[in-house]
Design a binder for this molecule. Structure first.
Ligand SMILES: Nc1ncnc2c1ncn2[C@@H]1O[C@H](COP(=O)(O)OP(=O)(O)OP(=O)(O)O)[C@@H](O)[C@H]1O
Length: 589
């Protein structure tokens, strides 16, 4: 069953993972049932011992028989607990591992739109919360819920031997107390839900700020962030306090009931003894069993409340994490086999989901020939990044088609589409791994020599050789240990290694020094050779050698032609270039 089916079914979600380790879970269950049965029987063994000791020596049953029974019960009880917890250390841990892997796989299958709407910290903390919640619930159920239930049933059966009436009263009281506790515990769920939400918000906020520390510092926002964080934490603390205090009220109510009930049961047993209807052993039995039943209901109630709290976290997390993927392969998808990489936009209509029907493109048409170098130009917000995103199928078009070599990308398999396109992104994304691993991301089966060749072609060789650990240098979070120009060249090397026929370049907006610019220009020049290239150009000077410029405005193509032709026609492109030249000469002056 696909994971999304469990989005609103946390119990079925549990069953999925328990079923994978069914034998281990069955062993744990049987061991715990056995252990509790022996533990309750131990109390009966104590009554047996007290009754034998109340007789003159030599009369009645030998206390040594009671001794043997007692010792065997205690040994069996302890041994079975150990078996259960040993097996649990494998089974429960395996469940958390399986679950995190599957959730991570599902999460990484969402489209970029999903991630644009959510904080990474919230998502990652939800995966951790789900795994913790499942681990806690399994543990609680086996160690805190199941034992008191079995103990209560056992104790009540033994009590019937002393007084059926007393056992009946205890059943009624235990049932009423349990039901009341359960009801009150369930009523507290909204408080626990609220706490779960606030806790996730704190994590999300922390990751957001720490991930943007450079920005926060640059704008002197540290103090503002402190007070904002204090407010978020204060809300979380209030929610957590309310959740805990609710549990405390529940425990207090239960404690009062237990005190009163112990008094009543004990007084009742002593009265029976005075009337010679019960032995001293019976009084001991009533005392120990009564106490264990009553405290069992407390353990159970407390455990159930904790379980409810963890269930709330789990339900919450599953609802967010298991939302269905909005982009998946078409049922009739087939592999895209590129042949020169001709790109066709055919009446493309698109608006971002949730933007209230506002369209970025409405019937957009364009055809890019194989091997053509095309620059996308236009003012901010004109739709350049959206067009490039649509080509990569980050979003679904609402009308029309995008074709690569005549194959509708909506009907291409995801893998074949990704293989056809190489990207050099604007904000060069690098993973916090070695340079070797980052470059090899372009083609995981590339040999070390091939990685070196790509690095050389991307003009990275000299700076990599100057690093103490060469290609084995770990680049730091998002590549902070490299300069902007170096990061760009690593991204170019990665694209080289991928060797895809269609290349998308999102030019960096930040200006680099001229040496670095020149190295990147050379690297890009060799990367572009023999490929269809679509570039989002922020600096028009880089487009001089391009075959074609498409000028966008408000999602429409308003100019299309070779750079010189557009310059001659003195339209929008001409204006943009003249303005850029003006700016550059002002800066130079
Ligand atoms: N994730 C999104 N959700 C909703 N609307 C978006 C999203 N991304 C972009 N838009 C909107 O779509 C329109 C086109 O944006 P796009 O990013 O494609 O422009 P652009 O030409 O690449 O701009 P820039 O040069 O500033 O990067 C804009 O009106 C923008 O506000």
């Amino acid at each position: 069953m696909p994971l999304t089916e469990y989005r609103h079914r946390p119990l079925a979600f549990f069953a999925r993972y328990i079923a994978r380790h069914a034998v281990a879970h069955a062993v744990i269950l049987l061991a715990v049932l056995g252990a509790v049965a022996f533990s309750v029987s131990t109390q009966y063994g104590v009554k047996f011992l007290v009754d034998s000791l109340s007789q003159e020596p030599g009369q009645g049953k030998s206390p040594w028989l009671a001794f043997t029974v007692l010792v065997s019960f205690v040994a069996a009880d302890n041994l079975l607990w150990r078996v259960a917890s040993w097996v649990a250390s494998y089974a429960f841990v395996n469940v958390t591992g399986d679950l995190r892997s599957e959730l991570f796989r599902h999460l990484t299958g969402h489209s970029p739109g999903y991630f644009a709407d959510r904080l990474p910290g919230v998502l990652t903390s939800r995966i951790t919360a789900t795994s913790n919640a499942v681990f806690q619930i399994e543990n609680m159920f086996v160690w805190n819920v199941l034992p008191p239930c079995v103990a209560t049933v056992g104790a009540i059966s033994f009590l019937t031997m002393v007084s059926v009436k007393m056992a009946a009263v205890l059943i009624v009281i235990a049932a009423v107390v349990m039901l009341a506790m359960f009801h009150i515990a369930a009523a507290g769920r909204p408080l626990h839900h609220k706490f779960a939400n606030k806790a996730a918000a704190v994590d999300g906020e922390m990751v957001d700020v720490i991930g943007n520390m450079a920005l926060v510092r640059a704008f002197g926002g540290t103090a503002r962030e402190h007070s904002r964080f204090d407010m978020t934490v204060a809300e979380e603390m209030t929610a957590r306090r309310r959740s805990l205090q609710y549990l405390e009220k529940l425990r207090l109510t239960h404690a009062l009931v237990v005190v009163v009930m112990t008094l009543v049961l004990l007084a009742w047993a002593i009265t029976l003894w005075e009337e010679k209807q019960a032995t001293a052993g019976d009084v001991v039995l009533v005392c120990t069993l009564g106490l264990s039943v009553l405290s069992a209901t407390r353990d159970l109630a407390v455990a159930l409340v904790d379980v409810t709290q963890h269930m709330a976290r789990l339900t919450e997390a599953l609802a967010t994490l298991l939302s269905p993927h909005d982009m998946h392969d078409h049922p009739e998808a087939s592999a895209l086999v590129p042949n020169g990489a001709r790109v066709t936009f055919e009446n493309v209509t698109f608006g971002y989901p949730g933007s209230g029907g506002k369209l970025v493109f409405n019937g957009f048409n364009a055809e890019i020939e194989p091997g053509q170098r095309v620059g996308l130009v236009g003012r901010s917000g004109s739709g350049k990044s959206t067009l490039v995103g649509l080509m990569q199928r980050f979003y679904r078009v609402q009308g029309g088609r995008i074709l690569i070599d005549g194959h509708d990308i909506a009907k291409a398999t995801e893998t074949s589409l990704r293989n056809a396109i190489a990207i050099v992104p604007q904000d060069t994304a690098l993973l916090n791994r070695t340079l070797m691993e980052n470059i090899r991301y372009g083609r995981p089966d590339a040999t070390d020599e091939e990685v070196w060749e790509a690095a050389t072609a991307a003009r990275c060789r000299s700076f990599i050789e100057n690093l103490p650990e060469g290609l084995e240098t770990v680049v730091g979070d998002r590549g902070v240990k490299l300069s902007g120009g170096q990061r760009q060249r690593i991204a170019i090397a990665r694209a080289f290694l991928k060797n895809a026929p269609l290349l998308i370049l999102d030019e960096a907006t930040s200006a680099l020094d001229s040496d670095s610019e020149e190295a990147i220009r050379q690297a890009l020049e060799s990367l572009m050779a023999g490929r269809t290239v679509i570039t989002i150009a922020h600096r028009l000077s880089t487009l001089r050698n391009f075959d074609r410029i498409l000028v966008l405005e408000g999602g429409k193509m308003i100019e299309d032609g070779a750079p010189e032709a557009l310059m001659r026609s003195r339209g929008v492109y001409y204006d943009l270039v003249t303005r850029e030249l003006g700016r550059l000469s002002e800066q130079a002056a």
